[in-house]
Write a protein that binds this ligand. Sequence first.
Ligand code: ATP
Length: 479
Amino acid sequence: MAKKVQDALKDLVSLCKRRGFIFPGSEIYDGLANTWDYGPYGCELKRNIKDLWWKKFVTSRSDVLGLDSSILLNPKVWQASGHVGNFSDPLVDCKSCRERFRADHLLEEKLGEGCTMGKNFKEIAEMIVENEIECPKCKAKDFTEPRAFNLMFKTEMGAVEGAGNMVYLRPETAQGIFINFKNIMDNVRPKIPFGVGQIGKSFRNEITPGNFIFRTREFEQMEVEFFCEPGTEAEWYKYWKQFCMDWLVDDLGVTKEKLRLREHTAEELSHYSNGTSDIEYAFPFGWGELWGIASRTDYDLTQHQNESKVKQEYFDAAQNKRYIPYVVEPSLGVDRLLLVLLADAYEVETLKSEDPSKPDDTRVVLRFHPAVAPVKAAILPLVKKGKVKEEAQNIYKKLLNHFYVEYDETQSIGKRYRRQDELGTPYCITVDFDTIGEGDDVNPELKGTVTVRERDSMKQERVAIEDLELWLFKNIARS
Ligand code: ATP
């Protein structure tokens, strides 16, 4: 990883560890390179992302159904899909330090994205020499010839070892959907156009994983395969690009200016695709793919029909015609979206001192959209005993029925606010003597109310305890 990249990501990675979002994998055994474990707040954040996606792309739509297919599939699936033959990256070794790299990535660093599209291995080898590409690790300019490295993980199935038992871990969730197309058609009988959505783990033996959770060998995907009548795919392709972009900006609150849609050039397009684009995000290390949206024609279903000899046709009764549907696929990585949401939310804010004799303060804040935030509210009693504590605990227990909320009575209120800011908690609820209406100088009108502090503006308002649940529901749903 280049130094600049490390610096840009360093603070985020350390916050993620410090605050229990993401831990390096297998840490007590000195780690396992590029594996990450989601801690209590990270897994909550991930769950929120998946729930929001599922609701938006599956359950709230009358034209998309859900599926949960296996990770282990018959190897013929990957033969038919082209993954056995083609799912590979050009691998080169540095002859000096023996580090391995993706040749296309090395060239793209110098010449820009897509520069190796349509080039064969011989041409890529020539480009490496002509452009005097250096090894990022040792700076030598001596690489092996590029060779194809298949990204699928292999494992054995069953108790008997041997070639006949070899299976792959799926490198995408999409094929599980294609091979169930007939099952869904025959048993659920949806009408075209319709889609099937799936969330699940995928595995790719990436040559150069890195940039934190951007590229890992084990990751999760959220994919829809949308089946439509041939000839209507361009319309649906356009529709899904807009739908996905709108969800990111309107529902998840991702900064619009940090997103862009990059249409693939003719050389970049897979031979079966008549339109592919990436939604890219301006990550701390530069623009990178977040979401791939591809119009895949009837390629996948046709391939499976040819390999399995099982018809993959749809009968359109209204038009009295039979056809293999075309497919538009929006394919998104859960972990990559999680990184986008973290990077987009992260801010080190300067808080101007009101007293000129005192220096300005800073706070680290994760400005998550409330719907995404792992902790929705923190209940903070101003004193940790007596009726104030009792009331705070009652509120906590009541809210726990509906939201992931925290109770915290340790340290000063300022420190507790800062901790919640770093977790991205949108609301802090403080319980004080006014709430219980007892003590010196209490304002009787405030009895039965609490103070709610909003994370971003730090503004406070009094809310009646009996209205709290409704207040939170309304504010979390706000777009
Ligand atoms: P890349 O060019 O980054 O390798 P890709 O074009 O191979 O990605 P797709 O096959 O289109 O990716 O996968 C769809 C989505 O799955 C990507 O947009 C990304 O969000 C996610 N994804 C793919 N590979 C990885 C990975 N190794 N780690 C994390 N997420 C991934």
